[in-house]
Design a protein around this ligand. Structure first.
Ligand code: AMP
Length: 187
């Protein structure tokens, strides 16, 4: 099973991706987590990406793609994966197709988690008040949300003609959202 999950910061995308990993016994690949780990470890990639990760801007495509290529080649990803945080641009969606085709793989489903801007801003503000995560700062959330909305539409339209897109209402109980997603995943 090869899935992509799309949704802005605060949509519950990471939570659902982790649950899907366990439910479907596939690898959870979060490019944000991989990048944060690289920054924390001070690898050459981490040093190059650090400023963009901190500011909430996009890390250059070639860096992210190389990192993803290496991660997809790891053993656990051969059973399937859920990609969380990638693709973020149309160019990345195309690059992913090229990468998967090269290794004889195809996507099975693209899950789009739909949550309104108002709810996203409320959730992130609540989390910021407790955790003080820099990327939950209201200013950062607003700019990331605008970037997401601009970039996501062409990605969804890229996948839609292939019948890959499932748009899921992302508000309500975590388990209910998971059940909605699982109902759209090919058996
Ligand atoms: P995330 O945890 O998915 O919100 O990602 C955290 C940060 O990592 C983002 O704000 C970007 O700076 C960077 N990042 C994650 N995934 C990508 C990607 N696919 N392309 C470019 N930058 C990314």
């Amino acid at each position: 099973m090869r899935l992509v999950i799309l949704g802005p910061n605060g949509s519950g995308k990471g939570t659902q991706a982790k649950l899907l990993k366990d439910e479907l016994a596939i690898a959870h690949i979060s490019t944000g987590e991989l990048l944060r780990a690289a920054v924390a470890a001070g690898t050459p990639l981490g040093r190059e990406a650090e400023q963009m990760v901190e500011s909430g801007g996009l890390v250059p495509d070639d860096l992210v793609l190389k990192m993803l290529d290496e991660r997809l080649a790891e053993a656990d990803a051969s059973r399937g994966f859920i990609l969380d945080g990638y693709p973020r641009t149309l160019a990345q969606a195309r690059a992913l197709d090229t990468l998967l085709t090269r290794t004889g793989r195809m996507l099975d489903r693209v899950v789009e988690l739909e949550v309104s801007d108002t709810v996203i801003l409320e959730r992130c503000a609540a989390r910021f008040a407790i955790e003080h995560r820099r990327d939950d700062d209201p200013e950062v959330v607003r700019s990331r949300l605008a970037l997401y909305r601009t970039n996501i539409a062409p990605i969804v339209e890229y996948y839609r003609p292939r019948g890959l897109v499932a748009t899921i209402e992302g508000t309500g109980e975590v388990d209910d959202i998971l059940a909605r997603i699982l109902a759209t995943v090919p058996k």
